[in-house]
Design a protein around this ligand. Sequence first.
Ligand SMILES: *Cc1c(COP(=O)(O)O)cnc(C)c1O
Length: 368
Amino acid sequence: MSERVYNFGAGPAVLPEQVLEEAREHLLTFPGAGMSVLEISHRSSAFSEIIQRATSNIRALAGLSDDYRVLFMQGGATQQFAMVPINLLPVGGSADYTLTGTWAKKAAQEAERFGSVRIAATTADEKFTRIPAADTLEFSPDAAYVHLTSNNTIVGTQWPEWPHTGDVPLVVDASSDIFSRPLVVGSNGHGLGLLYAGAQKNLGPAGVTLVIIHDALVERAGVVGRTIPTTFQYSTYVDSDSLYNTPPVFAIYLVALVTDWLLSSGGLEAIGAQNARKADTLYDAIDRTSFYRGAAHRDSRSRMNVTFRLANDALERRFIAEASDASLAGLKGHRSVGGVRASIYNALPEPAVNALVEFMAEFERVNG
Ligand SMILES: *Cc1c(COP(=O)(O)O)cnc(C)c1O
């Protein structure tokens, strides 16, 4: 296969074509460096400019005030499941977790190793097919933080809005919807304490994790009452500008290009509008007929991972196989839930969604 297909995979996921083209240029020789971007030192002036650009792009996109730090780390979102409680949950303390899916559960399980975890809300009895209603949320004023997963990649649900947590800092796993719509941060927003996102869904390739942390939480590691290895302290990354040890140079370079692309395409307002159009088009196609059934409740539907079912497993397998033959790749649902999942991240172009909708109509005509 030599042509690029439409990639609906959940992650690592589609990247903007224009970013890949630019990276291809720099793969041989990075301007001014005389060597590949894969070969430059993380202490070089070329890389210094790259990481500063990625940082300032992220600050601009998120509208960060001066009291937030932008960090580039490794170990994926999964490592943050541990780093968050290690740094922020005092020995003997308690944190509030909202359980809205597999990833949220994993985050809570990891926190249980370091303190007590209070479940502030869960939709486990509905197989996580919805986000808890705002009026059922009960946060403890004594919690060290409140953790939530903004978009549930596997089931296909997304918090329509992040809840207000008062004086308790909010910690958000935004791996699968980071920068997909305007982000409300800061004192007049949701009291965001920390946000983390593995890059491989909406931000770049696998290998780098974005962390946005409020200054007030950086120093908490010093008073939680446990010994923390240097590379597991947020302050290490703050003090060294994410250069304590060799960072994932190429992945950060791609994050710089992806965030350049986001800003030059009109920022989060523009991409948010485009994502809403893409999701509406696809959900309309699902709702138009009983041949397809949306897997998530309407009020909780994700604009990033659109999940749906057909009448039975055999039909779903045929749908996914024939879609793949039609250059619509990566539509198989997560192995834990089955069904069909179309991940329609920022970089997936609108024609890809239109092609999928056309394929769905034709598949129904033949098999309905
Ligand atoms: C993919 C994903 C993860 C796991 O990310 P890794 O980078 O593989 O550790 C965690 N949370 C959410 C919401 C995800 O979508």
